[in-house]
Each structure stands twice: as C-alpha cells, then as structure tokens.
Design a protein around this ligand. Structure first.
Ligand SMILES: C[S@@+](CC[C@H](N)C(=O)[O-])C[C@H]1O[C@@H](n2cnc3c(N)ncnc32)[C@H](O)[C@@H]1O
Length: 307
C-alpha cells in the first residue's frame, strides 16, 4: 500500500477528497456488480466488461464514472464496511451486516466498552465491534485456527489501513483464556458456545452481557440450557433478524425475488450474581429442558465441520 504523505490510507466514504494511489475502492458496473480494487499506478482492472486503467481513477472524486475499453460504464466509490465485508477474502463464514447491526444493538456495544469475541473467523464482526467501541474501547478476538486468524488480521488491516492499537487477536481456544480476562461484553460466533458459558461468567461483571450467534435450533437450546444450569445468567432472550430487500423501479415496487431467509439466531443473557450471592432465584420454566436432553448422546451423532 502506498503511504507517502499519508497516501493510500483508507478515508471515510463521502470525504471531500480525490482518490489516491494505494486506496481501496469499489467499482460498480451498470448491472450492479461490485468489485473491490486497490488503486496502483500503471495497473489495469480487467473484467468481462472490459479494461479500466487505474490511472483513470486516481485523482477523481467518488461517484465518478469511466468507460471500459468495451464501452461499459463503471462508477468508483470508497467502499463502506458493508461493501468490504461482502467482497473481502473469507476464511470462515462471516456475520452479515444485518446481524452485525443487531449484535451491536442487542449486546449494547458502545464507545469505551471492552468486548471479547470468539472466533475471529474472517474478521467481519471484528470490524463492526471495533467501530462500535471506538478508539477508547477495546476488542480482544480469539481464534484457534491459524489460517483463519491470518485472514482476520489481513481483512482488518486492509479495511482500516493498520492493525489498530485497541485490537488484540489471540491465537488459541477462548475456553482456555477467557476466564483470565475482564470484559463488559462477550460475543460468541462459534460452533459450541455452551462450552464458553463458565468462562464468560468469570470474565463478565454482574450486568455484563454474553451473546451467542448460532445457526441451528439445537445450538440455541443447548446454549440456553447451559446458561440456566450455570445459574449466573438471566434475562435470556433469543431472536432472529429477517431483512427483506425491495426493488423500487418506477411503478414496479415490490419485495425482491430473492432474500437471505436465514442466517443465525442471536441469544443474549445478562450476567447476574449467583442466587447465594444475592442474585435472583433460578427461574423455573414450564417445559424446562434442563437435565432432560442427553447432550452427550447428541454429541456422538452430530457431525463436526472442522471448527
Ligand atoms: C463462523 S466463524 C466466525 C466468523 C466471524 N464472526 C466473522 O464475522 O468473520 C467461527 C470461527 O470460530 C473459530 N472457533 C471455533 N471454536 C473456537 C474456540 N473454542 N476458540 C477460538 N476460536 C474458535 C473457528 O475456527 C472459526 O474461525
């Protein structure tokens, strides 16, 4: 990345400054296809729509259009975080922007907070958490796979232009290390969040929030079951977010034909003191699953996905 006199450092989209060499840009074609490109003097961008010289884009304002050698119009913009996350290189499945926004809201992640997340995966959620905690907050991301950690680090550096001082990426199992930390929030996007419940209780002061992002119903059940059995969590809620895009074109205004129908469920819980330490009595649920489901037997039949 070019960095002479600050050149190539990522700028906020909408900043009143021409594009410079080294910047990451988004190219939009007439069909709405989107491409991420780093501007380099002398280089060319090739697609089936034709070729554009990077030099034609360096020095123009966001929103400017150029034509490829084949006459296709291409518009250049600085990428938003959403643009970046949807196009960046992935090691693991990312948390999509609709869920990132709900995670930030439901876990009340705000400026100055310390958030522990696991696993870092591709770093998509990491970017949302870093934005939400701001420069005075801290994010600690655990990732037990070296290859995924490398992708997460690269994506964060590519989007922010540096590895921020308030972000620590730890290579290792969150279960082994979380209990040694203190955090306001614990955000879990991993296969078996119930394994992290005891460590999350150790890391969170009373009032703190743990959130798990889980694609399947049995994962939600087991996470809630474990939170209940632990006895140090309450105000447990589960929900999902459906985002339905609409096409708006003249009088043709209707829901888009396609939508992502399901991503994952979000479960949040507040850390309470245990009953013996002044916390509320454990709530009995009508159809309590505690102790009724043989999770060990279910483990034996469940396929693993290498995570
Ligand atoms: C679905 S991905 C996370 C994606 C990430 N939230 C994002 O938006 O890019 C799950 C990640 O958790 C990691 N993981 C699973 N169990 C873990 C554990 N116990 N400790 C640390 N990382 C873990 C996996 O290696 C994987 O990279």
């Amino acid at each position: 990345m070019s960095d002479e006199a600050g050149q190539g450092r990522p700028q906020l989209p909408g900043t009143d400054a021409p594009l410079v060499a080294g910047e990451l840009v988004l190219l939009l074609d007439r069909k709405g296809r989107r491409y991420l490109v780093t501007l380099e003097p002398g280089q060319e961008w090739h697609s089936h729509a034709g070729v554009v010289a990077h030099d034609e884009l360096i020095g123009v304002l966001e929103g400017s259009s150029v034509r490829t050698g084949r006459g296709m119009e291409v518009t250049v913009l600085r990428p938003t975080r959403e643009d970046f996350v949807l196009k960046m290189k992935r090691g693991a499945q990312v948390v999509y922007p609709k869920d990132q926004a709900m995670i930030v809201a439901a876990a009340d992640i705000r400026p100055g907070a310390t958030v522990v997340e696991a696993g870092a995966g591709s770093g998509a959620l990491t970017l949302a958490l870093l934005a939400a905690v701001g420069p005075n907050g801290h994010v600690v991301s655990f990732e037990h796979r070296e290859d995924h950690a490398a992708v997460a680090r690269r994506n964060v550096q590519r989007f922010l232009g540096e590895q921020p001082d308030n972000w620590r990426l730890e290579l290792g199992d969150v279960v082994d290390h979380l209990g040694e930390l203190r955090a306001h929030r614990v955000v879990l996007d991993l296969l078996e969040p119930w394994k992290v419940v005891a460590a999350a209780a150790a890391a969170l002061p009373p009032g703190g929030i743990v959130l798990a992002y889980t694609p399947g119903v049995p994962q939600v059940m087991r996470f809630c079951d474990t939170l209940g059995e632990d006895g140090r969590f309450g105000d447990i809620r589960t929900f999902e977010t459906l985002l339905r895009p609409w096409d708006v074109d003249g009088l043709a205004v209707r829901p888009a034909h396609r939508m992502v129908a399901h991503t994952a469920f979000l479960t949040t819980a507040r850390r309470f003191p245990a009953t013996a330490e002044g916390g509320p009595r454990r709530r009995r649920r009508k159809s309590d699953a505690f102790g009724r489901i043989d999770w060990a037997a279910s483990d034996a039949t469940r396929p693993t996905d290498g995570q």
